[in-house]
Write a protein that binds this ligand. Structure first.
Ligand code: 0O2
Length: 248
């Protein structure tokens, strides 16, 4: 085969390989959009602040292949590198992270291959996030594939910390001075304390909102609205209908 033809064939194979991961991300993004929209409608609240997805570049895939020492073939890469497609979901509160994780776990077409809970067990440097490796089926014109994606779910504070730590790590070419490592560790503890405080506030506000909604619903039950007229149902009538007066 001519080198040019060989190159074209190789390029097509890699494109097809990466395309599977792109389709997996497209399908997964749709799932997340549905959850967001449905949750907002029925609960008047959106647990997802924002999402970001990415495909790992061929260069980063190669780096990981060498780091892991796995077989340099498309099959070897498919088997050993699980984060070629990745999505990061950022939430306001820690409880939202587990709520989203539960919603994904209950979808029967998704297979959860691995869960790493760096929130319950943070990394020694302070990194926190919930990682899921999920297999999602994708259907093409002549075949179907089960494709892995890595989903990282974290709060805004965890995300803020991780992006700064990532920048520092690369700026110092992985040899970060000890005092910065110490400060990063302390910053991650402050971020975790902030997350816990925000969670408490959120819970308190939700309880107030719920009891107010109950009061409003009860109040609405006592009114009849017809066109632009409103009638209050008399207390005596309510007592009669509810059977309170019968026994007395
Ligand atoms: P990138 O460029 O973000 O993709 P693995 O190598 O994935 O098979 P590992 O390392 O045990 O196995 O996976 P883990 O712990 O689930 O981490 C995978 C990803 O989580 C990383 O991907 C990062 O995105 C993120 N991550 C993990 N630890 C840290 C950390 O200490 N700091 C920051 N900022 N991010 C972290 P990659 O491939 O390393 O990088």
């Amino acid at each position: 085969m001519l080198p040019m033809e060989q190159f074209r064939k190789f390029k097509n194979e890699i494109t097809r390989f990466l395309m599977d991961y792109k389709f997996a991300l497209d399908a997964f993004e749709t799932k997340i959009e549905i959850l967001k929209e449905e949750f907002q409608f029925f609960h008047d609240y959106n647990p997802i602040e924002h999402t970001k997805s990415r495909l790992k570049s061929p260069e980063s895939i190669l780096k990981k292949v060498y780091k892991k020492g796995c077989d340099l073939s498309l099959e070897g890469i498919r088997t050993h590198i699980k984060d070629i497609a990745g999505m990061r979901i950022t939430c306001s509160f820690i409880s939202d992270i587990y709520r989203i994780s539960e919603m994904l776990r209950s979808q029967s077409d998704l297979k959860i291959l691995e869960i790493k809970d760096y929130i319950k067990n943070p990394k020694p440097n302070g990194y926190q996030s919930l990682h899921l490796i999920i297999e999602i089926p994708i259907y093409m014109s002549d075949r179907h594939e089960n494709v892995c994606i890595e989903v990282q779910i974290r709060t805004i504070a965890m995300d803020f910390w991780a992006s700064l730590e990532h920048k520092i790590y690369y700026k110092y070419n992985q040899a970060v001075p000890a005092h910065l490592l110490q400060e990063l560790k302390e910053a991650s503890e402050s971020a975790a304390a902030l997350d816990r405080q925000m969670e408490r506030l959120h819970k308190e506000i939700s309880e107030i909102k719920e009891s107010r909604m109950e009061e409003e619903a009860e109040e609405a039950m006592r009114r009849i609205s017809l066109s632009n007229q409103q009638f209050q149902i008399p207390e005596a009538l309510l007592r009669l209908v509810s059977g309170v007066d019968k026994d007395s």
